[in-house]
Design a protein around this ligand. Sequence first.
Ligand SMILES: Cc1cc2nc3c(=O)[nH]c(=O)nc-3n(C[C@H](O)[C@H](O)[C@H](O)COP(=O)(O)OP(=O)(O)OC[C@H]3O[C@@H](n4cnc5c(N)ncnc54)[C@H](O)[C@@H]3O)c2cc1C
Length: 408
Amino acid sequence: MSKTCIVIGASHAAGQLVTSLRQEGWQGRILVIGDESELPYHRPPLSKSFLAGEKTAEEILIRPQATYEKADVEFLLNKRVTKIERDIKAITLDDGQQLFYDKLALCTGARVRVAPIPGAELSGVCYLRTLADVEKIKGHVTNGGNAVIVGGGYIGLETAAALNKQGMKVTVLEMASRILERVTCSQISDFYTRIHQEEGVDIKTTIQVSELVGSTKVESVTCANGTKIPADLVVIGIGIIPNTELAQEAGLEVDNGIVTDQYAQTNDPNIVACGDCANHPNELYNRRIRLESVPNATDQAKSAAASICGKPKAYSALPWFWSDQYDVKLQIVGLNQGYDQIVVRGDINHSRSFAIFYLKEEVIISVDCINRPKEFVFSKKLVANKSSISAKRLADESIQVKHLLEIE
Ligand SMILES: Cc1cc2nc3c(=O)[nH]c(=O)nc-3n(C[C@H](O)[C@H](O)[C@H](O)COP(=O)(O)OP(=O)(O)OC[C@H]3O[C@@H](n4cnc5c(N)ncnc54)[C@H](O)[C@@H]3O)c2cc1C
């Protein structure tokens, strides 16, 4: 009898998982259940080219509908899974329907962290995670209008850049003493502060929003220090929370994400988890991590599909990320937590092209490349091989990147 694999969530991880399932030889039914209305689409453009109006919804689909039809992958969209019963291998949908699985894949991703700010219910106050969120934001974009971004993380800053491009006067409000504080070094924070200021965005740090003011529509933002900023649009970007409740209620192990092994397998042999929702072991850094990035979602989905098909392949990809703001392409390789030395290659104070190497006990653990594609490609090798290169040599631009590893 044909077997059924049910996939919960219909985004990056799911889109890759269903394709990989067929490649690995899964011949049974594949049913994807997602609570958004669209087929899996690329989320990164939401705060970049899609918000800037340079791409349409169709252009950001991960795969066209015909590809799924050809692979015989079924979708149930606008439906939410509310319960998993592992003893009878069944799930329940929000309309009460019960469906049975042989294998289950949790690709539930993450949702935005909601800010408990008075006035957050006013029209013009938005979050940014889904295509529907961006459609809502677009309804408030006006040339010359005022936009306030709450939160100076990558998504907040990309949103600021996209709105600035469309003629809005943008202010970014960050509670910490510098933007991007949670994720990067102070040199990168200073760099992005400079870039945004050069482009005309106002960045205010060490400032807390106390109220969003308006009658039905937001009109201004009041801060705890008394500052009042006019606002036609407020976008709140203060981080995300992994969607783990379903797994937790089903008795799966959860700890900052659904706990998996290196094969994307949960503590139930019939259930895998991958993407933003999964906490997995990382061989290179020798610790468990939960990543929020597209390469992680797609690579881990490949392992999950292999596990479902009984051909386990360990997930051990090197983490990498990117961010696009104005003409600045940041590519990050590796994780920088725990670094004890920073080396800058290039002019960080006046240019828009340089690389920052993060070292721990003289080993390169991570690299941020700003408009430096060659350094990025080479850095993948440096980080994966736990390379050691002297600070003097890394900073010396007279040595070509490809020669950096040669004997000093
Ligand atoms: C604006 C923005 C910009 C980004 N830019 C970058 C970037 O430049 N580079 C990068 O690497 N990453 C970027 N990311 C992060 C990247 O998009 C995520 O890492 C990726 O989407 C994770 O994919 P996923 O499939 O694990 O989860 P998600 O994309 O979160 O998808 C999970 C899906 O499952 C659905 N779901 C959850 N629970 C249920 C349920 N019970 N029933 C049915 N459906 C359910 C959710 O609604 C969602 O549709 C960005 C994200 C955003 C929002």
